[in-house]
Structure formats: C-alpha cells, structure tokens
Design a protein. Structure first.
Length: 333
C-alpha cells in the first residue's frame, strides 16, 4: 500500500524500504517492453542457455507479461516514461536470492516453453543493463573510441588518453549511473570552467512564502590538459539519472557534445529520508535541479539531439541501435 501511494509522487528517487525486506537477487534475464509485448533484452547464457535474446516473454509465474509489468509499475515512483520502463523491467526480475520463478518464452519460430530459473545475487552487467556490451577503449569504427562511463575508472581513462587524443570521435555511454572518472573525462573536452545544474533546497515556513536556497552543484572548475578535440557523442536513455543528469547539464551548458538516444530519467538532487510506522524508511528528492533554460529536471529530463529507440528487431540481431546511430553520426561526412 505504501509503495502504491508513493507511485503518485512521480519522483525517481522516491521509494520505501524495510530492513526485513531485501531483494538482493535477480532472475538472470531482463525483459524489455515494446507496446503490449515483452522481449528478452539480455540474459546470462550460462544459467539459462535455452533462452535466446529476442525471445518473447509471454508470462511470468503463470501471469501474462503485461499484467506483471503493469502491477510492478504501479508500485514504483518514476518521473518520466523512459525511467518507468527501465525501473519496471528491473523491478520485474528482482527478488530474494534463491527464489524460483518460471518464465514462459516464445521463440522466433513460434515455439513456447516454460523455463524455471532461480534468482541469484546481483552482479555484473546482466542485471543492470539491457543493451549489448561494448568495452571501454574499443574502436567501434575507424578512429571512433567508445567509453563506458558506468565502468571506466581513472586508471583506464589515463591509459586511453593518447588514443583519445588521436581519435576523430569519442562516444561516451551514459545509459546508467557514472563513476567519478566521467567528470574527469569531460573536463578534457572543455575549454574552461563549465557550470552544472542549479540546485535549490526548499525552505518551508509555517507562515509566509516558500523559498529556495541555492547550493553549489557539481561543475567543471577548470579544463584539464591535454585538451581533447574529437567530436563527442553521449549515449543516453531513461537509465541516466541523478548525478548522470548533472553530467548532462555540464555537457549542455558547455556545448561539449551531442546527445544520442532517448530522454534521461528526469530525477536529480540529493535524497532525503524519514521513517514511518512499521519500520519503513521513505526516501525522496530533497531539492530541485534547474536547467539553464529555467525548466526543472524533475519530470522532464534531458532530450537527446538525435532521438533513436531500440527495437525488437535490433534486440534479436544483438544490435545496439543507439550506439549504431552515434557511430553513424560520428562517421558521417
């Protein structure tokens, strides 16, 4: 009931938790919804070899996939359609480790079968992202280098610096959270200081008007050497949330790169929490982040410069269509 109430806040940081209710495991696959159908977007082939990427998911534990999707979505607080899709897809597969679930899948030739699997402790990309994996430093086209901002650390960035300096284009993948090395990387593309989002803490008085206190946000205080001049493309979708959206604000403010993909999650700002009856803790966004055009990030997110969506056909072919679009833009004459 509490989760259903929080759903209506439309806040991607908002959730209720309890010390006795811990879902630290996941089914070794992630479905993605397209319209009224769900398809296997990624899976761990070692654990469920009989399931193929692109198979349609028709039911989970005897319930139609769309019914399961809608039920999980009704208990999540999400601020944009893109983040709702990602959060719901992930919410469908998480549970206590060791829990058994039966997934009914339909292969491309129309054959349906039930596959029973057990949730395992969450680790690795299979449980955090639903896209084919490219590796940081990989040349995805001649002189075009890919960087995964979810995985790259300072050491990897430093080793790649000579390669990046010689490349014609760099593609940074922000479809998810990011490590601190991401801010270091983007500072090499800047020509000077670049502001991040305007963060404002609400000051609520019992009497009188509400006010906002401006607080310092993450930013580029000074450009880093060596300066990198390749064309820069940022992959983004509904998984880019919170600090990732501060990163996007820096990119936009400094006109540092082109955003490719889908709108971001639309949730940024520090998280506050309070306790309620029954031992539950409720978290929510405790400040607002304002874009350079005056709009708030909450509920809006950042719109890509090149809008592109993944498709069932792309998933079946194991193609990352968002990355493909960035590569096409990077290599266009």
């Amino acid at each position: 009931m509490l989760a259903r109430l929080l759903h209506y806040l439309r806040d991607g940081h908002c959730s209720a938790s309890h010390a006795d209710i811990v879902k630290g495991g996941a089914i070794p696959l992630i479905p993605r919804r397209f319209g009224n159908q769900g398809f296997v977007a990624t899976r761990d082939a070692r654990l469920i070899p009989e399931v193929q990427v692109g198979d349609e998911v028709t039911a989970i534990d005897g319930r139609p996939f769309l019914e399961v999707f809608d039920h999980v979505a009704s208990e999540l607080s999400t601020s944009t359609p893109g983040f709702m899709e990602f959060a719901t897809e992930f919410g469908i597969v998480v549970d206590r480790p060791g829990t058994s679930h039966t997934i009914r899948v339909r292969s491309s030739d129309g054959v349906e079968r039930d596959v029973t699997t057990t949730t395992r402790a969450i680790e690795g990309r299979c449980c955090v992202t639903a896209r084919p994996a490219s590796e940081t430093g990989q040349q995805v086209a001649p002189s075009v280098v890919y960087l995964d901002l979810n995985e790259m650390d300072d050491t990897a960035l430093d080793k790649l610096m000579p390669t990046l300096a010689k490349s014609s284009a760099v593609i940074m993948d922000l479809r998810g959270y990011l490590k601190k090395a991401a801010l270091k990387a983007i500072a090499h593309f800047a020509s000077g200081p670049v502001a991040g989002p305007l963060l404002q803490v609400p000051i609520v008085h019992e009497l009188g008007p509400h006010k906002f206190l401006d607080v310092e946000a993450v930013s580029i205080r000074a450009a880093l050497e060596p300066h990198l001049a390749p064309k820069l493309f940022i992959l983004v979708d509904g998984k880019a949330i919170s600090a990732a959206e501060s990163f996007l604000q820096i990119v936009r403010n400094g006109k540092l790169g082109i955003l490719v993909g889908e709108p971001s999650a639309g949730t940024n700002g520090n998280v506050n929490s309070f306790s309620v009856a029954g031992g539950f803790t409720v978290e929510f966004t405790g400040m607002r982040a304002v874009m350079s055009d005056g709009r708030v990030v909450q509920g809006n997110g950042f719109q890509p410069d090149i809008l592109i969506h993944q498709t069932p056909e792309g998933i079946r072919a194991n193609r990352d269509e968002i990355l493909d679009a960035a590569v096409h833009a990077a290599t266009a004459r």
